[in-house]
Design a protein around this ligand. Structure first.
Ligand SMILES: Cc1cc2nc3c(=O)[nH]c(=O)nc-3n(C[C@H](O)[C@H](O)[C@H](O)COP(=O)(O)OP(=O)(O)OC[C@H]3O[C@@H](n4cnc5c(N)ncnc54)[C@H](O)[C@@H]3O)c2cc1C
Length: 450
């Protein structure tokens, strides 16, 4: 059967949910937010509920195709070719908040901005990452590191219940009572099926203060030293990150810094101004920042302090979990590939993620595998740009070697298809065995590394 006949058969099975190459829905669904990934699936299924997902898996099986699922494409890694039927989950975005239980039921297509917009009126927040337009499911299944990580743990530990379709097209539910092994895999290891909705815990945040500060790059020594000193004083109510990044050409950035490499220190405290005091004290030893946005904060402002790019970017990146000795090496690591404006990396960042919260939950990765997280990322608009970015990443990784835990942070491996060592060997084996059980024919394709 040729590709056209396959698509005609799929259309017979999937009706109006099917999007063929050239259809508007097809083009939108195959333009991932990480624009390095080439996506030419045989067709796209615009799923609006579990029945569409089931029918898609059955139709793929009949046609001898694999299935993949995508919400935003932030996590797009490898190529999707015409042996894959892509399920577009963006039509499954319903969010229901239960304020008394402090939970939300979130459809597979929802992004964090929508969840927190629904939760915030109740004084609640989900454990979102830095960017508002990242998908809740893709983020949570891979761990989920955000501004509330130190007080409230990784998002994977907040996962209570998963509704999913397995590789045979059967609907399943995983929670602590049923399919608890599957829940284990969904908590931080990518899971064992195509999720249609999740139930997550929300947290009460009463006194949120947060913001970012920028300095010209030549003040890096003093700022990085002050951040390191502050870490010895702060408690788990404060989560912070320090990076060297190319300042965006945006009105929120002082004009003199726009388009130049800067030191970016961002922090969020759930104990108000008091939680930030040790950081403020330590920073008195550094020059005044060019801008300081720190102050009382809501979910919307919080989602802007990391200065993540608002549009699709062709990103290649890497993430590593680092040890407690990281502050002593931070300046070397961040500055390893040079601090110039023309260097191939857009950002090198170290996040402070130390927490014990959630680590005892039954899941593949419910606590950070290291107290610090390194993320390095650069733009690679074409394949020929990629080697320079990869070489620069290697330079930073070499500088981080003395404090590397040996564990990759899969979510932060932008535009990559593998994440060696993201799980320990035992968890990896357990995951593979579970996947064979829920997807015996290996129908589900995962362009992401975990
Ligand atoms: C600008 C930016 C900022 C980020 N910030 C953070 C951060 O602060 N903290 C953090 O931890 N991560 C962060 N990430 C990484 C992000 O969590 C991952 O890229 C994540 O995979 C994105 O999920 P998505 O659903 O948006 O992406 P998608 O590309 O749509 O999905 C990624 C993968 O998740 C899986 N997946 C998605 N939907 C389903 C489903 N319904 N069922 C089963 N599997 C599914 C699939 O394997 C899919 O390939 C950031 C990424 C970007 C680009």
């Amino acid at each position: 059967m040729n590709v056209e006949q396959i698509v005609d058969n799929l259309a017979g099975a999937l009706g109006s949910a099917l999007r063929r190459p050239g259809d508007r829905g097809y083009d939108e669904a195959t333009r991932p937010r990480n624009a390095t990934a080439e996506q030419h699936p045989v067709a796209v299924v615009a799923a609006t509920g579990i029945d569409d997902v089931r029918r898609a898996v059955h139709a793929a099986a009949d046609a001898g195709l694999a299935v993949a699922v995508q919400a935003t494409g932030h996590g797009a890694g490898g190529t999707l070719g015409d042996d894959v039927l892509l399920i577009d989950s963006t039509g499954m975005g319903v969010i229901t908040v239960d304020p008394s239980a402090r939970t939300a039921r979130v459809g597979a297509g929802a992004v964090w901005a929508d969840v927190n917009a629904a939760a915030a009126p109740h004084g609640l927040l989900g454990l979102a990452g830095t960017a508002p337009d990242v998908g809740v499911v893709g983020y949570t299944l891979a761990g989920g590191v955000g501004w509330l990580t130190r007080p409230h743990g990784l998002a994977s530990a907040s996962l209570r219940r998963v509704e999913f379709v397995d590789g045979e097209g059967e609907p399943q539910v995983a929670d602590e009572q049923q399919n608890s092994e599957a829940l284990w895999a969904f908590r931080g290891a990518g899971g064992v099926g195509i999720v249609t909705a999740v139930e997550i815990d929300l947290v009460k945040v009463e006194d949120l203060w947060a913001g970012y500060q920028l300095w010209p790059i030549d003040q890096a020594e003093a700022v990085v030293a002050a951040w390191g000193a502050a870490l010895e004083e702060i408690d788990e109510t404060l989560t912070s990150a320090i990076g060297f990044l190319m300042a965006p050409d945006a009105p929120t950035v002082p004009e003199a810094l726009r388009g130049h490499r800067v030191v970016h220190l961002s922090a969020a405290s759930v104990s108000g101004e008091a939680g930030l005091a040790p950081l403020e004290r330590a920073l008195r030893a550094a020059p005044e920042p060019a801008i300081d946005t720190t102050g009382p904060c809501d979910a919307k402002r919080l989602a802007g302090i990391h200065l993540d790019p608002p549009a699709a970017v062709p990103a290649v990146g890497d993430g590593r979990w680092l040890t407690a000795a990281t502050p002593r090496h931070a300046l070397n690591i961040l500055g390893a590939h040079g601090r110039g404006d023309r260097a191939p990396l857009a950002e090198m960042e170290i996040r402070h993620t130390a927490t014990a919260v959630g680590s005892d939950a039954d899941g593949a990765m419910t606590g950070p595998p290291g107290p610090f997280l390194l993320h390095v990322v650069g733009p690679a608009p074409t394949a020929t740009d990629r080697p320079a970015v990869e070489q620069a990443i290697d330079v930073v990784r070499d500088a981080a070697e003395p404090v590397d835990t040996g564990r990759a942070a899969a979510s932060f491996r932008d535009g990559q298809t593998t994440a060696p060592g993201a799980l320990g060997p035992e968890a990896s084996q357990r995951l593979q065995a579970l996947r064979r059980g829920y997807d015996p024919h290996g129908r589900i394709r995962r362009p992401r590394p975990v």
